[in-house]
Design a protein around this ligand. Structure first.
Ligand code: DQA
Length: 145
């Protein structure tokens, strides 16, 4: 089973950005965590990060053509307003899980809005790194849509 994990803007700054919200572990720690748990679950994972909306759209298109079994996406702030990423996700038929480290429903009002939620299969948030674990487990157990 092949899964892509896409992390959006500012996630490369984990460990430096707002540690009270996101913790003090670094982005490299998150990648190592995702790779270890994916290996344990028998998932072949590709983890990517970009600060650029168009690059994320391109990766979603690539995922479509290369027949992945699922996508885990933490679109960062793009979650709240990127219709380009929403439209790209709507192309996919594999399970797509929206992920957030923080509890977006209990922060500022703008974070409560997700423009990608409707085109995702599930949402996992508020559990730090474990949000990714829940997302990968969901994909592992998911039937194809
Ligand atoms: C985030 C939450 C978003 O609101 C924020 O813009 C991020 C990170 C999270 O993982 O909690 O960059 O997606």
């Amino acid at each position: 089973m092949r899964v892509m994990v896409i992390n959006g803007p500012n996630l490369n700054m984990l460990g430096y950005r707002e540690p009270a919200v996101y913790g003090d572990r670094k982005y490299t720690d998150l990648c190592a965590f995702i790779e270890t748990i994916s290996c344990d679950m028998g998932i072949d994972v590709l983890v990517r990060q970009s600060n650029h909306e168009g690059e994320i759209v391109d990766w979603i298109h690539e995922l479509y053509f290369e027949h992945y079994d699922g996508l885990v996406i933490n679109a960062g702030a793009y979650t709240h307003y990127s219709y380009a990423i929403r439209d790209a996700l709507a192309i996919l038929s594999c399970p797509v899980v929206e992920v957030h480290l923080s509890d977006v429903m209990n922060r500022e009002d703008f974070r409560k809005i997700s423009v990608i939620e409707e085109v995702c299969t599930a949402r996992c948030f508020g559990k730090g790194f474990d949000s990714y674990k829940d997302a990968l487990l969901f994909i592992k157990n998911a039937e194809v849509k």
